[in-house]
Design a protein around this ligand. Structure first.
Ligand SMILES: Nc1nc2c(c(=O)[nH]1)N[C@H]1C(S)=C(S)[C@@H](COP(=O)(O)OP(=O)(O)OC[C@H]3O[C@@H](n4cnc5c(=O)[nH]c(N)nc54)[C@H](O)[C@@H]3O)O[C@H]1N2
Ligand SMILES: Nc1nc2c(c(=O)[nH]1)N[C@H]1C(S)=C(S)[C@@H](COP(=O)(O)OP(=O)(O)OC[C@H]3O[C@@H](n4cnc5c(=O)[nH]c(N)nc54)[C@H](O)[C@@H]3O)O[C@H]1N2
Ligand SMILES: [Mo]
Length: 667
């Protein structure tokens, strides 16, 4: 029969679902949604398939040392003792000869949990390292939002039910946040108007009242055009603006640079459609913009989000049920302080993660000699993969900690097997709902696999460091730290805890943590920190249609429906419904290249080429092609072979979508 336990999904995903897991004879056998979690309800297919994932025959169970050439695919099984000795030897020599900065330490977002921070307890004692700053994911938009509202939070997802107008803008929850799709569909069924704004006709566009298809990277222009209409032609909320916003007259003085005609021309959206959207904002309240992260993966992404975020404020939709601006909700996030040794001076955070490919080549004094990679698969998920791979190729020793021999692990000298989410207790928060959850240890680590804190503790002891910073009993550590916040592991085992400090409707007190205490329609921080203008303005992406005539197609890489980035590739259940890498393409673009549905193709630009097949799509304009990210090199190619390693305008984000390509038939 088995017994049911509570846990949560630690993947980097909006939903962060609470799960009920049945364990029989020490094996996970069934996964369901946790009825005490009011926001996430049912898990997705990936969540259900963990039952397969955790026992995948491809899972790594021993440390492996490279034999023969790097990347040659030949490995030798070694004991943990041998693996740890090898690492300690390298670490000692490198620090002595070149200094701790010759080690590149990189952690991706493969599994979340408060204990991930314990890595620092080791690296601090090592005396430092070279690391990255910025983010692959959402930081351009986070900063754009912060400049306007001072914080990154939004109301409970359930508050979508109170909205009369929903604008789903650059987000594809049918793939990336299906629990939100339920709330949106429930709202639509009860009469809420839905607008979808996306160059790709994502599934929710099918039920939308209005669907706008901007050219990729032009949403900032669309937002400023809407703002111009509202301010100069009426429809903004005078009283709200007067009471709670700062900088209106300055915004008004500059917004005349935009016009409906210019907006229509630049975005490729009909002027009538833009006006239809403006009218909805004029007529319907409460209205909520749900912004995704797709539209900020451009060199202008931060300013795009900053401009969009002004609309709910100008229309008086902030602080009320059903109204608002949804981008990121960090209300459940709290600093579960993990005590760390003193921070050494020689931590060199010199490489923006967006530019890791170039950074590995350019770093000198000391140059990098070794890399330690955990929770990440940069050869699939980071931009400019060919350049990145060449950068890794220059290093003399690479350690990768992962559950599988990923494309990145395949380039390692030593791979250490990683635990799964069922094999270690930790605490998980969300960037969408406001629950704090346990991710509990439900089974013994599969086949003797160790956790990351165990690995670091062993290394620390062998290096002669103070082991108490990385305790053997990490549950005790978690519990102790939780108690300082009035929580405990036992409490979380009873059910997900709605963060006591969270608010179901944000900003209802109209307090804003901005320099003026009001919503910043203009921002001097934008100027002082980022060298931009106080009023948000539109600049086209660096690489977009027309900027290079050899590459006429703008490539947009959306997040995969059946995977989380490169994860779940080894999942047999999910693979049964996977169709491989497919490039969605407008029929005219296909005919121009003599391509039929299903034809094998090569997608290429100066940075590299990948293999895929064509999927004729009726949901795309000519000149825009869409492919899911996350495909492995060995499946035809990581889409990031094609992307440049470029940084965004705000927040040191990654401009994956400033990417032009051409396509030809393969063979
Ligand atoms: N072209 C393009 N590229 C993109 C994006 C895009 O939109 N377009 N999106 C970007 C975004 S938003 C993000 S967040 C990044 C994500 O980039 P990454 O964080 O690198 O994500 P994954 O590819 O999922 O790699 C996570 C790895 O962690 C491993 N892992 C899972 N659990 C554990 C564990 O408990 N311990 C250890 N040691 N390893 C574990 C997994 O097996 C996997 O290999 O990708 C970015 N890449
Ligand atoms: N199944 C699944 N779920 C996931 C993930 C996953 O890999 N798989 N990843 C998780 C992570 S790390 C993240 S960051 C989130 C991301 O989830 P989302 O926020 O949904 O982000 P994306 O999939 O990058 O893009 C969303 C939409 O933006 C559109 N878009 C692209 N460019 C533009 C533009 O210029 N303008 C407009 N208006 N729209 C544009 C794309 O066509 C796409 O439909 O999802 C999380 N959830
Ligand atoms: Mo992400």
């Amino acid at each position: 029969m088995g017994k049911k336990y509570r846990t949560s999904c630690p993947r980097n995903c909006y939903s962060t679902c609470s799960l009920l897991v049945t364990v029989e004879d020490g094996r996970v056998t069934k996964i369901e949604g946790d009825p005490l979690q009011l926001t996430t309800r049912q898990p997705c297919l990936k969540g259900l398939s963990y039952v397969e994932q955790v026992y995948s025959p491809e899972r790594l169970v021993y440390p492996l040392v490279r034999k023969g050439q790097r990347g040659g695919g030949q490995w030798e099984k070694v004991s943990w003792d041998q693996a740890l000795e090898m690492i300690v030897d390298k670490l000692k020599v490198i620090r002595e000869v070149s200094g701790p900065e010759a080690v590149f330490y990189y952690a991706g977002s493969g599994s979340s949990g408060a204990l991930n921070k314990l890595a620092k307890a080791f690296w601090y004692q090592y005396g430092g390292y070279t690391g990255v700053y910025g983010d692959l994911c959402w930081s351009a938009g986070l900063e754009g939002e912060r400049l306007v509202y001072g914080e990154n939070r939004h109301s409970d997802p359930q508050d979508i039910l109170n909205s009369k107008l929903l604008i789903l803008w650059g987000k594809n929850p049918s793939y990336t946040n299906i629990q939100e799709t339920r709330w949106i569909l429930d709202a639509v069924e009860s009469g809420t108007k839905l607008v979808v704004i996306d160059p790709f006709k994502n599934p929710l566009a099918e039920v939308a009242d209005l669907f706008l298809q901007p050219r990729p990277g032009t949403d900032g222009l669309l937002a400023l055009t809407i703002i111009q209409e509202l301010i100069l032609d009426g429809g903004y909320d005078r009283e709200f603006v007067q009471n709670y916003c700062q900088g209106f007259s300055e915004l008004k003085a500059e917004i005349g640079a935009y016009s409906l005609a210019k907006g229509a021309e630049g975005t490729g959206i009909l002027a009538e459609q833009i006006l239809a959207l403006v009218d909805l904002f004029r007529e319907i309240k409460p209205a909520r913009i749900i912004s995704g992260y797709g539209l900020q993966r451009y060199t202008n992404g931060g300013e795009t989000v900053r401009a969009m975020a002004l609309i709910p404020a100008l229309t008086g939709n902030i602080g009320i049920p059903g109204g608002g601006w949804n981008y990121a909700n960090l209300q459940s996030s709290f600093d579960l302080e993990i005590p760390l040794p003193p921070e050494p001076e020689r931590i060199r955070l010199s490489i923006p993660v967006a530019r890791m490919a170039s950074g590995l080549h350019e770093t000198t004094d000391p140059a990098l000699r070794m890399a330690w990679i955990e929770y990440g698969n940069p050869l699939v998920s980071n931009p400019n993969v060919n350049k990145l791979k060449a950068g890794f190729g220059k290093l003399e020793f690479i350690v990768v900690v992962d559950q599988f021999i990923t494309d990145t692990a395949a380039q390692a000298d030593l791979i250490l097997p990683a635990k799964s989410m069922f094999e270690q207790t930790d605490v998980v928060t969300s960037y969408w709902h406001s629950y704090i959850q346990i991710r509990d240890k439900l089974i013994e680590p599969y086949a003797g696999i160790k956790t990351e804190p165990w690995i670091y503790r062993q290394l620390a002891l062998r290096m002669g460091y103070d082991g108490h910073w990385i305790p053997e009993d990490t549950e005790e550590l978690l519990d102790k730290q939780l108690r300082t916040k009035g929580l405990s592991l036992e409490m979380l085992r009873q059910g997900p805890v709605y963060a006591p400090w969270a608010n179901p409707v944000v900003y209802c007190d109209y307090q804003f943590e901005t320099p003026s205490g009001k919503i910043q329609l203009v921002s001097s921080e934008a100027e002082a920190i980022w060298g931009l203008t106080r009023v948000p303005h539109y600049r086209p992406p660096v690489e977009s249609n027309g900027s290079d005539e050899r590459y006429p197609l703008h490539l947009v890489t959306i997040h995969p429906r059946g995977r989380i980035h490169s994860q779940f590739r080894s999942n047999r259940w999910l693979n049964e419904i996977s169709q491989g890498p497919r490039l969605k393409m407008n029929i005219d673009d296909a005919i121009l290249r003599s391509l039929k549905n299903g034809d094998p193709i090569i997608i290429y630009n100066d940075r590299g080429k990948i293999n895929a097949s064509v999927e004729i799509s009726w949901g795309l304009n000519s000149g825009v092609v869409v492919i899911e990210e996350g495909w492995w090199l060995r499946e035809g190619g990581s889409v990031d072979v094609l992307s440049e390693d470029r940084i965004t305008d705000l927040g040191y984000g990654t401009a994956f979508h400033d990417c032009l390509v051409e396509v030809r038939k393969d063979g």
